[in-house]
Design a protein around this ligand. Structure first.
Ligand SMILES: [Ca+2]
Length: 473
């Protein structure tokens, strides 16, 4: 039997569909990531650096005092943000050095994949560092980005006049200017072009700046401002402060573009850094720095802005992590989570928009085989840390073929318990005073460690790869 649909019904159906499309009120996303900026590198977090644009995001949104990157170094942290999973589960034992086999594989599901499938336009701008661009490895397009303009790792030879950007597979050669401005310009142009062509579609953008990771280059007038402001300051320090300030100005131009285009009211902005800072002034009050699983390695600035949904000027002390971003962005966009894989993060929407406490059944944790201690796990105000049985083995800066079987067969030892509420600097191991808390967390951490090192990919790394990498005692 043929089904007859009247022309009038077709007109009504078409009109309904077009209204539904035109009234797509799902938010846009702008994820701003600094590289190696520490917890206290923004003025809103107590820094000497003038960061008025990021501070304004905090004034217009929610500032987190206890936000944690996905890992204490670059590539794993980014993989954690994109996948909502522990970087170890996603195959990231260490950062990606040139020639390694490790990378974010195409079968991982990223937040960009999910939003793209749901109709979002997607763009990545800046440092990528979860696979080699223009190689056989999975590319940004495989990970859900319609458009990309990025570098494998750091801007080369420095932030000034970089030569290693790739735009959708094409290498434009040297681009004049500072990396943060180049990345901001590309982001702004992409957003403008998108709005001119298909303004009914929401967008998702990751803007991952190279600043303030070495090698640093900062505009001389900004360096001069900090030398004048802090007489006697070392040149290297002034260059660093100016570097963060320069990135802040680039962020200001992107945010201004959103306002000029009338997009700011319906755009979620998340601003953060991929790991703790290297310098003592970057992680004030915290133990450790980049690479370590002490707080200084992964506690970072974290600012959310979503006008009308998140209370302006609010401050949250609840612990959150990069693994929460995929579930959070998906809920904000009304997109279902993948059901065929374990996610380590949770949605923060109830916390962000209704002020409900972050209720986490599964803890935040960080594992890096190369450092001591090698693992940290958070539960409320408590942090449990532990070494591994291979702690005395000399380790190279990069992951080598021989590392993986040893990491996978190692076990946790030397546990230490700290209470961050009373001891943010992690100076006093209190395991003897809180045996029940210690035992409870220890058994959970042993389970999680076993779980992730079992799941973590056994990469087929070439035997000689990393032979000249520097060795740690
Ligand atoms: Ca980094």
């Amino acid at each position: 039997m043929k089904t007859y649909i009247s022309p009038i019904l077709l007109i009504i159906l078409a009109a309904t569909a077009s209204v539904a499309f035109a009234s797509d009120t799902r938010p846009n996303f702008l994820v701003l990531l600094l590289d190696d900026a520490g917890w206290t590198d923004l003025s809103s977090y107590g820094s000497r650096i003038q960061t008025p644009n990021m501070d304004r995001l905090a004034q217009d949104g929610m500032r987190f005092t206890d936000c944690h990157s996905g890992a204490p170094n670059c590539s794993p942290s980014r993989a954690g943000m994109l996948t909502g999973r522990s970087p170890i589960r996603a195959g990231f034992w260490n950062y990606l050095d040139p020639g390694t086999s490790a990378h974010l594989e195409a079968h991982e599901v990223t937040v960009a994949n999910l939003l793209q499938d749901a109709g979002y336009a997607t763009g990545h701008f800046g440092k990528w560092h979860v696979s080699d661009l223009n190689s056989e490895q999975a590319q940004p397009a495989d990970h859900g980005f319609d458009y990309y303009f990025g570098t494998d790792n750091n801007a080369q030879p420095s932030h000034l006049n970089p030569i290693n950007f790739v735009r959708n597979g094409v290498e434009p050669g040297m681009i004049k200017g500072y990396s943060c401005d180049i990345v901001a310009n590309e982001t702004i142009n992409w957003i403008k072009a998108h709005m001119a062509e298909e303004k009914q579609r929401p967008f998702f953008t990751t803007v991952w700046f190279h600043e303030p990771h070495a090698r640093i280059a900062s505009p001389p007038h900004l360096v001069g401002e900090y030398e004048k402001r802090y007489p006697g300051i070392r040149k290297k320090e002034a260059e660093y402060l100016a570097n963060v300030a320069n990135a802040d100005q680039a962020i200001g131009r992107i945010v201004q573009t959103l306002e000029d285009l009338g997009l700011d009211e319906n755009t979620v902005v998340f601003c953060t850094s991929d790991n703790g800072g290297l310098n003592p002034w970057s992680n004030m009050g915290l133990r450790g720095r980049k690479s370590f699983v002490w707080e200084g390695g992964h506690r970072v600035p974290g600012i959310f802005k979503w006008p009308g949904k998140i209370t302006a000027g609010s401050v949250s002390d609840d612990p959150i992590g990069f693994v929460d971003m995929l579930p959070t962005f998906c809920e904000m966009a009304g997109v279902d989570l993948p059901e065929n894989r374990w996610l380590d993060g949770i949605s923060l929407v109830d916390h962000l928009t209704r002020g409900r406490p972050v209720d986490r059944a599964y803890p935040l944790f960080w594992f890096f085989y190369r450092v001591e201690p090698a693992m940290a796990m958070r539960s409320g105000d408590w942090v449990l840390l532990a070494n591994t049985t291979d702690k005395d083995r000399p380790k190279t800066h990069v992951l080598r073929r021989a590392d993986i079987p040893i990491i996978k067969s190692s076990e946790l030892i030397d546990f230490e318990l700290y209470n961050l509420k009373h001891d943010l600097a992690q100076e006093k191991n209190v395991q003897d005073r809180h045996p029940k808390q210690f035992d409870k967390m220890k058994s959970q951490m042993v389970r999680i460690h076993k779980d992730i090192v079992t799941e973590g990919k056994h990469w087929d790394i070439p035997p000689e790869h990393g032979a000249k990498s520097r060795v740690y005692p």
